[in-house]
Design a protein around this ligand. Structure first.
Ligand code: SF4
Ligand code: SF4
Length: 335
């Protein structure tokens, strides 16, 4: 473990800086990305990243308010996350000159398998839209392998709770591990590759996952995928490897379902989810989430995740919901 990671951990335990020391590790690695040559800059419609730990809110409050006993029991998980994120960061300092970029189905299949063997659930390929790179950042490559790791239903069903929060943190650790495996594989094959950070990141992962066709974004602002509904987190690996041609996203019907469902809108405790997207005054992007309300509430309530729990896709399963929805649509049209 590097000194900065250790420092983040000490600050976490001593409650003298919350997660900010840990975030410093990521910030350092992000600066290293910006020192690379031939970067792809953010597009002119790119938005500001809404950080997950603004001072006095969100994760800082959540960790700061924890009793020492809970902090201690969180230590093994936090160590895993710190190690996973720290190792992702180290790859930014280890720059390589790729010897190839060509790829075909056999490579894409091998990547898909490797990701799944290491814990990924959904895997897709995407050319990152330059407007989905956060303002002020840039990326070494526009092609990406994007993947999800699921969160255990038993834990999420208890949200908001300490167990649900631990599950979210564990998922971040796994996301880093999958990214590292894929990056190593790609580099061994001669491709250029950099792992995404499981926490924060310089690209809008949710939009990247939707663009990759592995799900659609619901009213709660998260990806809904066929396998885990909303019970998942996302990461990616940026690469110079050629990727498959994009195909139409088969999950776009989900937005029509959201318009009928509205369950997260009704159940979000601080009323932070809207049915109509509004312009976020901080970053100018339209969204159905009131970011500040959400962050303030989840900071005081163990990461909240009520919207993840109540979303029907996290409970009933994608195929069941789709067939019921399509049946209803058909009978409405026939009436
Ligand atoms: S995490 Fe909680 S506060 Fe935030 S949008 Fe979801 S339900 Fe609302
Ligand atoms: S709870 Fe309903 S409205 Fe909210 S994201 Fe899930 S499906 Fe959409």
């Amino acid at each position: 473990m590097k000194f900065k990671e250790l420092l983040g951990l000490v600050r976490f335990l001593s409650n003298s800086g919350g997660i900010k020391g840990f975030i410093g590790v990521i910030e350092h690695a992000e600066q290293e990305i910006m020192s690379m040559s031939d970067l792809v800059p953010a597009g002119d419609q790119a938005v500001m990243r809404l950080d997950t730990a603004p001072p006095g809110a969100g994760v800082n409050v959540m960790i700061g308010g924890m009793p020492l006993r809970q902090k201690m029991s969180l230590l093994p998980t936090f160590l895993k996350v710190t190690s996973s994120v720290g190792r992702c960061g180290q790859y930014m300092y280890d720059k390589q000159s790729p010897s190839r970029s060509d790829a075909d189905h056999s490579v894409w299949t091998a990547i898909d398998q490797l990701a799944r063997e290491n814990g990924a659930v959904e895997v897709g390929f995407v050319r990152i839209d330059e407007h989905d790179i956060f303002e002020g950042f840039a990326i070494p490559y526009r092609n990406a392998i994007v993947f999800t790791v699921d969160m255990e239903k038993e834990a999420i069903d208890t949200a908001p709770s300490f167990d649900a929060m631990v599950e979210v943190l564990q998922t971040y650790a796994s996301l880093g591990q999958v990214a590292l495996k894929l990056t190593d594989f790609l580099r061994d094959q001669g491709y250029g590759a950099y792992p995404g950070f499981p926490i924060r990141g310089v690209v809008d992962y949710v939009r990247a996952a939707e663009q990759a066709g592995i799900g659609a974004i619901g009213y709660h602002g998260m990806l809904i995928s066929p396998t885990d509904g909303t019970r998942q987190r996302i990461n990616l690996v940026l690469t110079n490897m050629e990727i498959p041609e994009p195909t139409p996203n088969p999950h776009e019907w989900i937005l029509d379902f959201c318009a009928m469902c509205n369950k997260c809108v009704r159940e979000c405790p601080p009323e932070a989810i809207f049915t109509t997207a509004e312009v976020n005054p901080v970053n100018g992007r339209k969204s159905t989430i009131h970011y500040d309300r959400c962050v303030e509430y989840y900071g005081q309530n163990q990461g909240c995740a009520v919207c993840v729990r109540v979303c029907p896709f996290s409970q009933a399963g994608y195929d069941k919901i789709m067939s019921g929805f399509l049946r209803r649509q058909a009978s409405r049209q026939a009436a």
